[in-house]
Design a protein around this ligand. Sequence first.
Ligand code: TRP
Ligand code: SF4
Length: 403
Amino acid sequence: MPEKSLRVVSGMRPTGPLHLGHWVGVLQNWVALQKQHDCYFFAADWHALTTHYEHPGALADLTREMACEWLAVGVDPERATLFIQSGVPEHAELHLLLSMMTPLGWLERVPTYKEQQEALADRDLSTYGFLGYPVLMTADVLAYRARLVPVGQDQVAHLEVTREIARRFNFLYGRGPVFDHLLAEARGRFKPDLRKKWDQLVEGYRESGTASSWGSLESVLGDVPDLTSEERGALYAEVRGTGREILPEPQPLLTPGAKLPGTDGRKMSKSYGNAIGLRDPEPVVREKIRTMVTDPARVRRSDPGDPERCPVWKYHETFSTASTREWVQAGCRSAGIGCLDCKERLLGHLGEALGPVRERIEHWHNHPRDVEEILQSGCTKAGREAHQTLAEVRAAVGLAERR
Ligand code: TRP
Ligand code: SF4
């Protein structure tokens, strides 16, 4: 198998049963990513506590049940590391260290901070933990030095904080003795002529900062023998004045927007009561589809419709075969079929997709020890990675080694 290229980290809060929107939006994306990348997926149980601390409920059960759902839709412990945030205490340690150097203003300015406080006005969210939500996310990601973070649009502002914190960390702690040593080693590998040329180019870059002067810098490094990638990184960091990259800045990987609307045509969400749950029994799904809104122009059976204006069509796009989709397009526009016929066909295809998922959820639900074991070994593996990062972070900050 080819080396998996990039480290990917993402989390999901265990707040209750998942619905089709989670599956088609987020989880199918995870399933695709695990094939090419080195993925770490975790249940963000501490994040769930930031908004639900008054009613912690059964986070352990919610977490295990969510894992059943992940496994049922094909998130694969052989390909990705599945674990629980609270099972890797390094997240908390890193959160604490990062909190020391995170300006309050950065957190107060995150748009979701005020919005969420208003949206969840029934809860007291003027807490230290809630303000620190993006710092905890930052720790989740940086503990693994992830390059890519699949998230929805609503999380992009948090990821921006993550990038700023990483930059600040590297600036503050990336320029100590280790950095100087790396630079000295790197410079030792230059032939004297080349070193002179490099220094001139650096000066030129600092004055002009153009892409082409950066390009000449890169080409000089191509002529330096035996340069390690860390040394190369240190040289570039020195040119930019940023410090060593102890914690790389990750990129958000935007999850494609909600493909499946809820049964009322709005975004699918448990709180709107318009969601179809992965665990909904067949008769419940049938009833939800039966009462689902359609193209408002089709008042009577004889009125032609437009699938583009109908939420049911979005479901056909996701679950139906090409021949059914053609049948819908033609029949809807000509009023050759009624909405009930259309929904009946959909139920067939949806059932084919959802039936096996429901069965697999049931299977994992009945084998809680197997699920626990998967999560446990995921925590162990994630813990090893995070442990390494934290050792470097502690050293960079100047703390004593952990014994
Ligand atoms: N805040 C994310 C959400 O609500 C979940 C999350 C927690 C997360 N930590 C993360 C996502 C780290 C990506 C990376 O969806
Ligand atoms: Fe929607 Fe199907 Fe009715 Fe057309 S026939 S409006 S696609 S439910």
